[in-house]
Design a protein around this ligand. Structure first.
Ligand SMILES: Nc1ncnc2c1ncn2[C@@H]1O[C@H](COP(=O)(O)OP(=O)(O)OP(=O)(O)O)[C@@H](O)[C@H]1O
Ligand SMILES: [Mg+2]
Length: 408
């Protein structure tokens, strides 16, 4: 990540630079300094952008620990966890002889990411490592409500971090303004702080975006923050998830986003071909989007709990391979496939066709009708469409029907 980013430039160097959450910080320090820890691991949890990762890195510096880190971009499978974490937690002896004799500390950031869609015994492996570890282990997560994280409760002390209060955010922004020679109206900083809802990272990013080039900032400049509309939200969410460096980062963005997931899914489909040049990545992304789509249908019918699967699949589709990201022009709002016009007399055949497509593609009949048939027609009108017809279980007359459909 670029050093030009103020969030990086002003990353806390010492624990005392980390603002807010005084009680949680004190509990964490006490745990770290204690020789007789009740639990060998500690889990810092709370919303994004409030300094959890920053605190842990600063604490290691303050207390001279060498951090062995596994972050979410490492694949969190049992075997990779064991490969990285196990040697660190057991190779005590090596450090006795190393030059700086710093004690190791294992840091597992974003553990909720273990349960992306790659859960392969990851949590069990972590619990085992904690139980057997000779060194302190620190974990961080946004959301500990996830059922799958429950086994950690036995072996970790949980410390909850809260959003940063607005006055503290304003003070942090003022400090950055001094460092960057930005003259800012108090009301403008207040507006940015309030808008961030306690997320200092996003407040600093907003400040840089609004004042970075011009070195002054007035309240009026911040109006863009409140004049958000649906398309802006979709645009920002898409930009965020595609730029995310890991599945968990993308998931965090989605969890905070207020966009309608149906709209977002359409936009994802529109943008994925420009995002992924590699056909395997593209195929994977489409597969994930289609899985998300299955759940959006079920949410409406069954329950809202399923929303987390939708966001999880969207996050994964956006981060199939973060390394291959190249800037591209985002398409928003979603391109609605031209509405179809149907006459009553044709309904039955059409209904059957839509039901078959819906069944095969895990979508509703109306989605099949509106979003899929135009493509199928285009494919059928080319020569080699037989495999598709077979796959969709379409009769010869149904294929002819689709080919002849004119009003699309
Ligand atoms: N409490 C804080 N004190 C000082 N700076 C902070 C604080 N919280 C966030 N920041 C700023 O925001 C950046 C991001 O913070 P950090 O990575 O620690 O957040 P986090 O809580 O770990 O978020 P996530 O849950 O998304 O991982 C830091 O580099 C720093 O610039
Ligand atoms: Mg973090």
């Amino acid at each position: 990540m670029s050093e030009d980013l103020w969030v990086e430039k002003y990353r806390p160097k010492k624990m005392s630079d980390v603002i807010g959450n005084e009680q949680a910080k004190a509990a964490f320090t006490e745990w770290l300094k204690s020789k007789t820890r009740r639990k060998k691991a500690v889990l810092l949890h709370g919303p994004p952008g409030i300094g959890k990762t920053a605190l842990i890195n600063a604490a290691a510096k303050d207390h001279s620990y060498r951090i062995v880190e596994m972050n979410a971009s490492d694949t969190r499978t049992e075997s990779t966890i064991n490969k990285i974490a196990l040697p660190a937690t057991t190779s005590f002896a090596l450090d006795e002889f190393s030059a700086d004799r710093k004690e190791n500390l294992l840091f597992l950031d974003e553990v909720d990411g273990v349960f992306g869609n790659q859960d392969k015994g990851g949590i069990t492996a972590i619990v085992k490592i904690i139980e057997e570890s000779k060194i302190p282990i620190i974990l961080a997560a946004n959301n500990v409500e996830n059922q799958k994280l429950r086994p950690l409760k036995k072996v970790c002390e949980y410390i909850r971090f809260q959003q940063i209060r607005t006055p503290l955010i304003i003070m942090a922004l003022q400090k950055i303004c001094r460092g960057e020679h930005v003259k800012a109206e108090f009301e403008a900083l207040e507006k940015i702080a309030e808008n961030s809802q306690g997320d200092l990272r996003s407040a600093i990013n907003d400040l840089q975006r609004l004042a970075g080039d011009k070195h002054h900032l007035i309240l009026q400049d911040t109006l863009v923050l409140s004049s958000r509309n649906k398309d802006v939200d979709i645009y920002e969410t898409l930009k965020g998830v595609f730029l995310a460096k890991s599945f968990v980062k993308a998931l965090n963005i989605l969890n905070r986003s207020r966009v309608d997931f149906d709209e977002l899914l359409l936009s994802m489909s529109d943008n994925i071909p420009n995002r992924y040049q590699n056909s395997i990545e593209l195929g994977r992304a489409y597969d994930l989007v289609s899985r998300a789509d299955v759940f959006t249908g079920r949410i409406a019918r069954e329950n809202w709990n399923l929303l987390k699967y939708v966001s999880s699949y969207i996050a994964e589709a956006a981060t199939v391979n973060p390394q291959s990201y190249k800037q591209f022009e985002l398409i928003t709002p979603p391109i609605r496939i031209i509405k179809l016009f149907w006459t009553r007399g044709k309904r039955t055949t059409l209904d059957n066709i839509c039901a078959k497509i819906g069944h095969r593609c895990h979508i509703s009949k109306s989605t099949a009708k509106e979003d899929v048939i135009p493509y199928i027609k285009a494919i059928m009108q080319q020569e080699k469409s037989d495999p598709l017809a077979v796959w969709l279980n379409l009769e010869a007359e149904e294929v002819e029907y689709i080919k002849k459909m004119d009003k699309i």
